[in-house]
Write a protein that binds this ligand. Structure first.
Ligand code: HEM
Length: 135
């Protein structure tokens, strides 16, 4: 497999070589940094919802950072459904940073300045998109 030249994709590729499933790591970090999120998910069946929410978010990130074929638009759609779930916008935005922090920890010294810059720029763009959304 050739390594991706897109730094965001590459960060996910390296993480995938080291960890089969990011789900427990991401939610442990989310719940640690934002304990109020623990009770936000339903008590039954939340494992499925959490796994699917993360998988769809990663699809959207890879599309946003890459071809922009359309999956990234899911982010805008989910803003309004999460407004309805009662998820504050700042937490919604924080989820992307939690994913970045999880990858950064897994990558260790492989988290290069290039990867860091690409993530910082993308997190800034996502934050702007979410905070400007009026739906
Ligand atoms: C800390 C931030 C977030 C919290 C607390 C949160 C919370 C939730 C909750 C409570 C549900 C499930 C509702 C239910 O029980 O049916 C859910 C579902 C979902 N969330 Fe989030 N969310 C967050 C961020 C995001 C982000 C950033 C995205 C993507 C851009 C996203 C995408 C989704 C999707 C696609 C589902 C539906 C999953 C499915 O049932 O297949 N969420 N979220």
């Amino acid at each position: 497999m050739t390594a991706s030249s897109n730094p965001i994709e590459r960060s996910f590729e390296i993480a995938a070589e080291r960890c089969e499933d990011l789900t427990p790591l991401v939610y442990r970090r989310l719940h640690g940094e934002h304990p109020e999120t623990i009770t936000m998910f339903r008590t039954e069946g939340s494992e499925l919802v959490k796994g699917s929410m993360l998988a769809l978010t990663i699809d959207a990130i890879l599309d946003f950072a890459g071809p922009r074929t359309g999956h990234f638009r899911m982010i805008e759609c989910e803003i309004s459904s999460h407004d309805a779930y009662g998820t504050p916008r700042n937490l919604f935005i924080a989820f992307f940073g939690v994913i970045a922090g999880t990858l950064r920890e897994l990558l260790g010294t492989d988290w290069s300045p290039e990867i860091d810059l690409a993530w910082r720029q993308m997190l800034g763009e996502i934050e702007m998109m979410v905070s400007q959304c009026t739906t």
